[in-house]
Ligand binder design. Structure first.
Ligand SMILES: [Cu+2]
Length: 228
């Protein structure tokens, strides 16, 4: 989750998010390069008093500064497209989780098991404990096995919502009457937080998402307990 003074992206908890962070840094470096060059050119132009009445055009420099930005754009577009298609891929999932957005809570269905479904409400401020995070913790956490490919099905029951976990690099719109699919695998155990990312009504800010990522055997224990 985001902690104090954390200005950049959250640490990646999935291989895709790690790649997204690398891509973000890569684009920042290119931007830094462009900003430096352009500022340098502007400052020298302002400070320079020389004029020449014969210098009307410069074919060479004009060709260069037309083609160079196009080449730079290719260096951004290629890794971007690579990630886009990688995120769209569904790699033989070992588990399917369905999230349904409601005004204003999420409900979850583990479709691989019989009768494993629950609602997930935010813990209200009056019931906060030392260990809970305000506006982020839920009464029922989603438990998921780490290191396994998970297929996520997202939909909504009333209005538009958006199921989001920043540290997994996942943000999927929840649309009534439509199933949206995404997939991820969590690379470490821990608790991951997210919030609805579509302005969905009065309590939009109060429908958080909490994932408990655990080793597979703990997950199986949890499933057996929940299905009893
Ligand atoms: Cu919502």
């Amino acid at each position: 989750m985001t902690t104090w003074l954390n200005m950049s992206l959250q640490d990646g908890a999935s291989p895709i998010m790690e790649q997204l962070v690398f891509f973000h840094d890569h684009v920042l470096m290119i931007m830094l390069m462009i900003t430096t060059t352009v500022s340098y050119m502007m400052i020298t132009l302002i400070r320079n008093k020389q004029t020449s009445r014969f210098m009307l055009e410069g074919q060479m420099i004009e060709t260069t500064w037309t083609i160079a930005p196009a080449i730079i754009l290719v260096f951004i577009a290629m890794p971007s497209l690579r990630l886009l298609y990688l995120m769209d891929e569904v790699h033989n999932p070992s588990l399917t989780l369905k999230a349904v957005g409601h005004q204003w809570y999420w409900s979850y269905e583990y479709s691989d098991f019989t009768k494993l479904e629950f609602d997930s409400y935010m813990i209200p401020q009056e019931e906060q404990q030392e260990s809970t995070f305000r506006l982020l913790d839920t009464d029922n956490r989603i438990v998921l096995p780490m290191n396994s490919p998970i297929r996520m099905i997202v939909t909504a029951a009333d209005v538009l919502h958006s199921w989001t976990i920043p540290s997994l690099g996942v943000k999927t719109d929840a649309t009534p009457g439509r199933l949206n699919q995404t997939s991820f695998s969590i690379s470490r155990p821990g608790i991951l937080y997210g919030q609805c990312s579509e302005i969905c009504g009065a309590n939009h800010s109060f429908m958080p998402i909490t994932i408990e990522s655990v080793p597979a055997k703990y997950f199986i224990n949890w499933v057996t307990k929940m299905s009893e």
